[in-house]
Design a protein around this ligand. Structure first.
Ligand code: F6R
Length: 269
């Protein structure tokens, strides 16, 4: 896993946006971007919007797939992930609406819809880069503790902790949906790159478990340790409990020096 430890949330978001933009530019003709909701990626979306508005970053051919959606909330519900994505990202960039995919929490046959969602990802040749956040209980998407590490898109019952964590967005805890459609760990693991963002002291312990602890269904994010290319971009607070924090910083510095040397060599022939 590549780990970048940034001073604060703004720097974390900027670094993440640079990574997304670089991959987008590399794959101009066909880029499938997996997206997450929640508080963590809002800064990344703001920075991508800025890059679009000021630097012409082009989303016209980008295809997106969101990780999850609450069951029972319509797309115009203010707490639905559809609403979140349009408000925080899609309505500010030049994405073609037909390229946007978000699970439909109102689908009449949820299981059939989940199968269809998997098929749509496959029909688009898979996800190139998947943005992820981590939940307080170690989940990625809504793969709660105990989820199968090879699970596919399906309906999950949310844990009490997740319901409580998410109640900050609702008037009362009773209003928080108890089920969600979510990509599975198996689905996420097929993305070519996983970009995990983590910020804040509250996530420090769970992030350390995910990265340096044993691989376990108790912390489904720990499965990312086996992914061929996971990039974690985090702030100092979230990195506070990492055993190998100094080493990760050393690796970043050494990689920077190496890149500089290669560039200089290239320039000088
Ligand atoms: C959201 C999602 C969740 C969140 C996680 C962290 O689409 O898949 O796994 O990434 O719950 O949420 P925040 O960022 O609000 O702390």
């Amino acid at each position: 896993m590549e780990i970048y430890i940034k001073k604060n949330y703004e720097e974390m978001s900027r670094k993440a946006a640079e990574i997304v933009a670089e991959e987008m530019r590399k794959r101009k003709n066909h880029f499938v971007l997996g997206l997450a909701t929640g508080s963590t990626p809002i800064g990344l979306y703001k920075e991508l919007i800025r890059m679009h508005q000021e630097e012409g970053l082009d989303f016209s051919r980008v295809i997106t797939f969101n990780l999850d959606e609450y069951c029972g909330l319509s797309p115009d519900h203010e707490q639905s992930y559809h609403y979140f994505m349009f408000e925080n990202f899609f309505k500010h960039i030049n994405i073609d609406k037909k390229n946007i995919h978000i699970p439909d929490g109102m689908a009449r046959d949820l299981d059939a819809h989940c199968r269809e969602y998997e098929k749509m990802i496959a029909d688009n040749r898979g996800i190139d880069l998947q943005v992820l956040g981590i939940g307080g209980d170690g989940h990625i998407a809504f793969n709660e503790p105990g989820s199968s590490l090879s699970s596919r898109t399906r309906v999950k019952t949310l844990t009490q902790q997740t319901v409580e964590d998410n109640s900050r967005f609702f008037k009362t805890i009773e209003e928080v949906p108890k089920y969600a459609i979510t990509m599975g760990i198996g689905t996420i693991m097929e993305a070519k790159i996983c970009l995990l963002l983590v910020n804040g002291a509250k996530k420090a312990e769970v992030f350390a478990k995910a990265v340096e602890g044993p691989m376990t269904t108790e912390v489904t994010a720990s499965m990312l340790q086996t992914h061929p290319r996971t990039i974690a971009v985090v702030d100092e607070e979230a990195a506070a409990k990492l055993k190998r924090k100094d080493y990760y910083k050393h690796v970043e510095k050494m990689a920077g020096l190496l890149k500089k040397r290669v560039n200089e060599k290239g320039k000088n022939g």
